[in-house]
Structure formats: C-alpha cells, structure tokens
Design a protein around this ligand. Structure first.
Ligand code: UGA
Length: 436
C-alpha cells in the first residue's frame, strides 16, 4: 500500500518505519527542510532504541523515504496519516494549527479518493474539523474519508509498542473505510476496536488521563505512607496483585512528565469545561503531580540547608529512561530551584545532555559519568531511573562524595542496601534512613 505520513516526529517516524517494515511503500513528509535532509542522510533527529536500524533497513530496501513535498506525496498515496505536533496553549487547550495547516494542504492537493487518518493526539471533534477544512480547500470536489487512529506508543519503547500494541483503535465513519485500516494493521495480529470517530478520539485522552490518575493516586498514597511510617513500594505490590488494579503505572516518584500526560490531562479538562463538565477529579490529578517536585525539594532542603553552601549531583535528566526527551522533565524544576537557592549543581544523564543544555540554567555543570557528577557532592539526587543507575557501584559513589546523602526520586534502590552501605537515604513514600 502507498502510504504518506505527515510529520517526522516521534509518532510519524516510528509509524512510518513500522509500516515500511511491514512491506508498504511509505513516504514521510515534513515541512522542516533541515530535518528532511538529516533523515535523507541517514541521521535521526531523535533517540529511540531500535529506530535507527529499522529506518536504515527500510530506506536501503527502497520502501521508506523522506520529503518536503506534501502535495506530490498525497497524490501518490492511498492513506495519508497526519502525525504532526499538537502542543498545548497556555490555557490548556490543544493548539491545532499544525493539523489545520496539513488538512488545508491535503485538501488542495487531493485529486482522487484517499483516506485521511488522524494519528496526532487531538481533542474529540477534531475529525469533523479536519473533514471541514479539507472540504473547504479542495480545488475540485473529490470524495475522501477521515479516520481517527490514535497512537499509544511510549517513548523509549516506541518500536515494540507499535509492533505489539495492546489494541489498535480505528474510529471510522463506515465499516468499509475501517476495512482499509484493518488491512494495513492485519499483519500485526493484534486486537482491533472499530468504532466511530469521536469515541476513538476519546479513547486516547481517557486512556492517558487514567494512567496519569494511577500515577497521581499512588503518589498521594506515598505522601500518606511517609506520614504513617508505611512503605509505598509494599503498598503498591499489594495493590498491584489485584487483577482489577494491576501493577503498571503505580510507581510512586516525582510524578509524570513528558510531552503527553501533562498536555493531555490539561486538554481533557479544557475540552470537558467547553462541553459544560467540570472535571474536578482530573484537576486533582494535575495538582498532585505539580506537588511532587515541591515535596522532593523540601526533603532536600530540610536535609542540606543552607543550600548556597552545597554541591548537589543530579543523576538522570530525561523525563523518563531510554529517551533523550527533556519536555516537561522533572529535572528542570528540581535543578532550577536548586540553582535559585544558590547550590552548585552537577548533572549526568546517559543520553539527554545535549537536549538538557538547551533548557537548563547556564550555571549547571555537566559530567561525563555518575561518579564524576558525584565527586565532592553533599548529596546525590536521582531524578530518572535509568537502568545504569540501578547497577552503579554504590561503594565507589559513596567514596567520591563529600557526605553520603542520597535523595532517590524514583525508589530505584533498596533502602536496606543503602543503609548497609552507610548512606543517609531519602526516598519516596518510605521512611528516611538517617545515619546514626
Ligand atoms: C504516554 C503513554 O504511556 C502512551 O501510551 C501514549 O501513546 C503517549 O503518552 C502519548 O500520548 O503519546 P510517554 O509519555 O512516552 O507515553 O511515557 P510513559 O511511559 O507513559 O511515562 C509518562 C510519565 O509518567 C514519565 O514521566 C514517567 O516517569 C511517569 N511514570 C510512569 C510514573 O511516574 N510512574 C509510573 O508508574 C509510570
């Protein structure tokens, strides 16, 4: 099948690469010429495990290519995926200007029937909006259909999630249109839900909002555990074994960041309000998440004040492990506050440092290993639970620090082990271990 994917971001690149890997002819279109040149030269603008190899393989087999020519590509395609960014506006509303611009171009370009598929995360009602925009910009009346096919991939495991999704959601105006998408996805042999367009759009937001709710719920429970002397990791295990609850997304910590949960929760609150419903439950989820770094910083300040005399090492900068994405990363808030308090901050991350340099305060120092970051530090704060931190030589780490104090924002290490190794250890939703 000839497929056009508009947008060479996370979703567009991964989707394009996977469809090409399944044997389709895929052209990924982007309106940033530098990005396209970079991709044509075999360089990826993002870090995602397995993606580079998959892109290279399909480019060399001639099934995947990159261009800025949207009209030409649309005219050669059966299905056109819209996978462009939908950033938030300051009031939480989703900015649909990129989606609108692409729909206009598709409308102007199309000269025969195509299926236009919304893969970008867009508020309920956007399918109808895209249909209207395309119709208004057509040079000649050509029939087309708009389908909602939300994406559920996670950064860091995007390829695996796209090849083996829990479900594929297809929101189509008719069964016949749904069949085109069904055929495309059939080789994956995964469960498919065929529904109407608005329901598909809601499935995406409701899913992300629910996962964010699980995270904020366990983080609120972690706060109570700290006050009550309970251990949230045990509570989580006990809850997660109930099949109705499940252990996923019940990891207490610094809360959720990234380009999806923060913006999608705000967007759903905004959409609900526009439709006349006050989504207080989701508002509380957002508020609990906003409180996470404040709480973590208060623990650091209580242990280390006065901060202007302190040197702090930060381990992990990306919003989560296995990505170099710094969008809404908790590290930004923590580091900015520590610098404001006058502390010296030295940071390390396995892959996110180039992106971090663009967003962190200029006073931040960068290290090329966790041990270099911790050298002479009064405290180490773990922000992102990269696997390499789990297997650190903690004795070596303690040996290079000025005093062995660790603030574990993701409960990565076992408290008992930290105590044995002589650390003063603060974590989330568990009793602090002070040195005697
Ligand atoms: C999320 C969803 O998981 C995907 O299904 C969805 O497709 C994507 O948003 C999207 O809408 O595009 P992503 O943002 O890549 O994916 O990352 P997640 O793995 O969901 O993590 C989000 C945040 O929650 C991270 O900051 C992570 O550290 C945090 N988190 C996750 C926790 O604090 N606790 C947990 O138990 C799980």
């Amino acid at each position: 099948m000839n497929i056009c994917v508009v947008g060479a971001g996370y979703v567009g690149l991964v989707t394009g690469a996977v469809f090409a890997d399944l044997g389709n002819e895929v052209v990924v279109v982007d309106n940033v010429p530098d990005r396209v040149l970079m991709l044509q030269a075999g360089h990826l603008p993002i870090y995602e495990p397995g993606l580079e190899e998959m892109v290279a393989r399909n480019v060399s087999d001639g099934r995947l290519s990159f261009t800025t020519d949207l009209p030409g590509t649309v005219r050669r395609s059966v299905i056109v995926f819209i996978a462009v960014g939908t950033p938030p506006k300051t009031n939480g509303q989703t900015d649909l200007s990129a989606v609108e611009a692409v729909a206009q171009e598709i409308g102007r370009a199309m000269d025969r029937y195509i299926v236009v598929v919304n893969k970008s995360t867009v508020p309920v009602g956007t399918g109808e909006f895209v249909r209207e925009v395309i119709e208004r910009h057509q040079r000649q009346p050509v029939p087309f259909d708009v389908v909602s096919n939300p994406e559920f991939l996670r950064e860091g495991s995007a390829i695996e999630d796209t090849l083996r999704p829990d479900r594929i959601v297809i929101g189509a105006p008719t069964q016949q249109v749904a069949m085109t998408l069904l055929e495309l996805y059939a080789p994956l042999e995964r469960p498919m839900i065929i529904t109407d367009v608005p329901s598909a759009e809601m499935i995406k937001y409701a899913s992300n909002a629910f996962l964010a709710t699980k995270i904020s719920f366990i983080n609120a429970v972690a706060n109570i555990c700290e006050l009550a002397g309970a251990d949230v990791t045990q509570v989580m295990k006990g809850m997660g074994l109930d099949a109705r609850i499940g252990p996923a997304f019940l990891q207490a910590g610094l809360g959720y960041g990234g380009s999806c949960f923060p913006k999608d929760t705000d967007s759903l609150i905004h959409t609900a309000a526009t439709l006349g419903y006050k989504f207080d439950l989701l508002r509380a989820v957002v508020d609990v998440n906003a409180g996470r770094t404040i709480h973590f910083l208060s623990v650091i300040e209580r242990a280390l004040a006065p901060m202007h005399t302190r040197r702090i090492a930060i381990l992990g900068l990306a919003f989560k492990p296995n990505t170099d994405d710094m969008r809404e990363a908790k590290s930004i808030d923590v580091i900015t506050r520590l610098i404001d308090l006058g502390a010296t901050v030295c940071v390390y991350d396995p892959v996110a440092i180039p992106n971090a340099r663009k967003v962190l305060p200029t006073l931040v120092e960068y290290a090329d290993s966790p041990y270099a970051a911790a050298t002479g530090a009064d405290g180490v704060a773990l922000i992102t639970e990269w696997n390499e931190f789990k297997f650190l030589n903690l004795e070596r780490l303690r040996g290079v620090m000025r005093q062995p104090i660790v603030f574990d924002g993701r409960n990565l290490w076992e408290a008992e082990r930290m105590r044995r190794l002589g650390f003063e250890y603060y974590s989330i939703g568990r009793k602090p271990l002070r040195r005697s």
